[in-house]
Design a protein around this ligand. Structure first.
Ligand code: ZN
Length: 248
């Protein structure tokens, strides 16, 4: 059996805007890609209106030019992370809105990918309602993808975990991590992807510090000074669903 015939593990990231997947779970993407997972990233919008301030400050800027620049940045970042498939829905932002047809398109992607795990934003974000809307959509489309009566004959979805990635102002979002992932081995890839986001240079160092802080929490929660494993960079996630185990 050749490698191509072995069913690869898969993961799916649902990102409200083009850059969110880079800051918030770029390490998880790069790490799992390195492990052989096929990671699909859906960007529901390019963040062209609400998350492209630096581009809009250039004279003569238009919506189409901003979108083209954001698409190019996202594609470059996805390549740096080893994303298998980057799908841009181009639905507009501030506000992000999905019709039922848009949701069914996302359900088709979920069923097609059959992810081992999914990722999206925090469930609450008063600063950026697009983010919490994307999570609502992720939950809704996950549910529809599990329904045997939706497009009978398609392969229905199992029960992949939905990990919520870290929002910008953590404490304000009611977001509480219950998983820390060591991304030290792929940090250079995440940093390279971060640096593709030229329109948001003010965030590069901020998200480097976040990764360093989470690495400290990784060590504390893996045993601290009594045998904890050191990590230089980590990402935190909050899981929505319980885990099923045979041993604690
Ligand atoms: Zn965003």
């Amino acid at each position: 059996m050749t490698k191509d015939n072995v069913a690869a593990k898969t993961a799916l990231v649902i990102s409200a805007h083009a850059a969110d997947f880079v800051w918030r779970c770029g390490g998880a993407i790069a790490l799992h890609a390195a492990m052989g997972y096929r990671v699909t990233v859906v960007c529901l919008s390019f963040g062209e209106r609400g998350e492209s301030a630096k581009l809009w400050k250039q004279p003569g800027m238009t919506l189409d030019r901003v979108k083209a620049a954001r698409r190019a940045e996202a594609e470059k970042a996805a390549a740096a992370l080893g994303v298998h498939d980057l799908i841009s829905f181009d639905l507009g932002d501030y506000p992000l809105r999905l019709t039922d047809e848009d949701k069914y398109r996302l359900v088709d992607v979920i069923r097609d990918v059959q992810p081992a795990f999914m990722m999206s934003h925090s469930q609450y974000d008063p600063y950026n309602t697009d983010h919490m809307y994307a999570t609502q959509v992720a939950l809704e489309t996950r549910m529809i993808a599990q329904a045997w009566g939706h497009n009978p004959g398609q392969k229905v979805l199992g029960a992949p975990q939905l990990y919520l990635f870290e929002p910008h102002q953590t404490e304000q979002m009611g977001w509480k991590p219950d998983v820390f992932l060591d991304i030290t081995s792929v940090w250079d890839r995440k940093r390279a992807a971060i640096e593709c986001m030229e329109g948001q240079e003010h965030l590069w160092e901020f998200y480097t510090r976040v990764a360093e802080n989470r690495a400290n929490h990784f060590m504390r929660n893996s045993g601290g000074q009594s045998g904890g494993r050191a990590a230089k960079y980590a990402e935190g996630f909050q899981s929505v669903f319980p885990r099923t185990v045979d041993e604690l």
